[in-house]
Design a binder for this molecule. Sequence first.
Ligand code: ITT
Length: 207
Amino acid sequence: MPVNFAESPPRLVPGRLLAATHNAGKVTELKALFEPHGFDVVSAIDLGLDEPEETEATFAGNALLKARAAMQASGLPALSDDSGLAVTALGGEPGIYSARWAGEPRDFYRAMERVEQALQASGSADRSAKFVCALAVAWPDGSEAVFEGEVHGTLVWPPRGTFGFGYDPVFIANGETLTFGEMDPDRKHAMSHRADAVNKLRAALLP
Ligand code: ITT
């Protein structure tokens, strides 16, 4: 269910849309998901916007915070994405800390290895996990909306494949044999947590 923070958020009219993210992998995916619907996606990287600190405790809270900051800095309707990997045997970790588990500068091999080590230390044979994505939109009139998507799967080790970004090389969606890192990107875009959230957003906000 989408959670709308405005009584009735405005429609998202095809045109210029600010992708409020500094993650190049997300920019690529948001372009692939929105450009076919007539949007001209420009990113926070393109506009040189500052990266706000993610101080909230939920995906939705952090997504709203990022959309709001980018909308205020640019005056454009802003679409943000807060996402991550939630591992069942780790009580949902790394969750909202998924990017932070990669350290500074970001090293996702290290983050994937950290997940694997934590799984082994847990002693659990449960390798199930899900990717979660909260997409938030903030409009210049103060309206806001947020939509959450998920995809469930299993973690493998060692990492496989070079497509995608982040934790893609260790995640196999239920019913699939290839990791998101091995899969044709169009196939990932048809089933991912981000695609699930985009479908909910489209149903609610697109004309
Ligand atoms: P922005 O805040 O600028 O958008 P970020 O990378 O810091 O970029 P998040 O705080 O939302 O974004 O962190 C999400 C992390 O979760 C991301 O860096 C990836 O490691 C991971 N993640 C999210 N979606 C993913 C996907 O589709 N495939 C693989 N990993 C993903």
